[in-house]
Design a protein around this ligand. Structure first.
Ligand code: SF4
Length: 297
């Protein structure tokens, strides 16, 4: 077994928590533990970096951060810090499993392709460039400089500053502008983009709902449109029937139409029966309306 034991176990209430821990609640997870390992484990960092999806391997100071069984672990060459436990006893229980995990990585090294990608700290001055520099304290720090230092050390998340511009990509690349508003640089920071992704997801769902509603409306419109006669359809009417139909639409009686077209009333009646049949209507009013709508007269 590579690591056999640990020492210098300390379990404390962290000072930098914001909001303050709920010390009244006995089940509140508020304890942070630190301890020293009996071996230097720095050679395992690239293997842990390759094994755990959320692992972050830092160059300075050399350490690796990861989540193990829901606990946030900071592993240094021969020591570790883990947050947050309900009690000191829970912290001690976890450490036994933590050491088993490290011994397991040591045993499996030959089966793991190490990942040497490291996170390089961003200079404070570069972080300060993207902050509003108003010292408004809304982030919980007295000055923007203090907040920038906390970001650099990984103790604060960049999105805690409400005045910070939104990142311009999912990798949290922030734009840096000069005094005249021109984009002059960009700075990459780690931020928790889950909130942003949730907002985007909700917007996307709303857009899908609206599109579905729009499609339904269009479908309904088509359905309502379909019984309407197509424009300029002549319904197979003869020239004479068209003449009679025009006169019907103008409100002339059968006798008047008979006189105007020099045909007998009986013939007018016969034309009207044919017109009604071809148009699929029952009376002269319906015939006039349909003829107007379909623009055949
Ligand atoms: S909230 Fe932003 S602008 Fe205000 S002090 Fe913090 S970093 Fe500076």
């Amino acid at each position: 077994m590579f690591i056999k034991n640990y020492s210098e176990f300390v379990c404390i209430l962290p000072q930098f928590m914001n909001p303050l821990p709920d010390v009244e609640n006995p089940r509140s997870k508020i304890w942070s533990a630190s301890f020293r390992l009996d071996q230097d484990v720095s050679h395992l960092f690239p293997y842990i970096n390759a094994t755990l999806d959320e692992a972050l391997y830092y160059e300075k100071p050399a350490h690796v951060r990861f989540l193990l069984n829901g606990y946030r672990c900071f592993l240094y060459p021969d020591s570790a810090a883990v947050h947050f436990f309900e009690s000191k006893a829970a912290a001690k229980d976890f450490i036994a499993g933590f050491i088993d995990f490290l011994n397991g990585v040591e045993d499996q090294k030959k089966n793991i392709k190490p990942n040497y990608d490291q996170i390089k700290p961003i200079p404070i001055i570069d972080i300060l460039k993207i902050l509003p520099k108003t010292n408004c304290r809304k982030c919980g720090y007295l000055t923007c400089m203090a907040f920038a230092a906390a970001i650099m050390k990984g103790k604060a998340a960049a999105d805690k500053c409400p005045g910070l511009a939104l990142p311009i990509s999912e990798n949290a690349v922030y734009p840096v502008f000069d005094d005249t508003g021109n984009l002059v640089n960009s700075v990459s920071l780690q931020i928790n983009t889950s909130k942003l992704k949730n907002q985007i997801q909700k917007q996307h769902e709303q857009i899908l709902k609206l599109e579905a509603a729009l499609r339904t409306d269009q479908q309904n419109e088509k359905t309502m449109d379909s019984p309407r006669p197509s424009k300029n359809t002549d319904f197979g009417l003869t020239n004479r029937e068209m003449e009679v139909l025009k006169l019907i639409a103008q409100g002339y009686t059968n006798n008047e139409i008979s006189g105007m077209l020099f045909i007998s009333p009986h013939t007018v009646k016969s034309h009207m029966i044919h017109i009604f049949n071809k148009l699929g209507v029952n009376d002269r009013t319906q015939a006039a309306v349909l003829a107007t709508q379909s623009e055949i007269i």
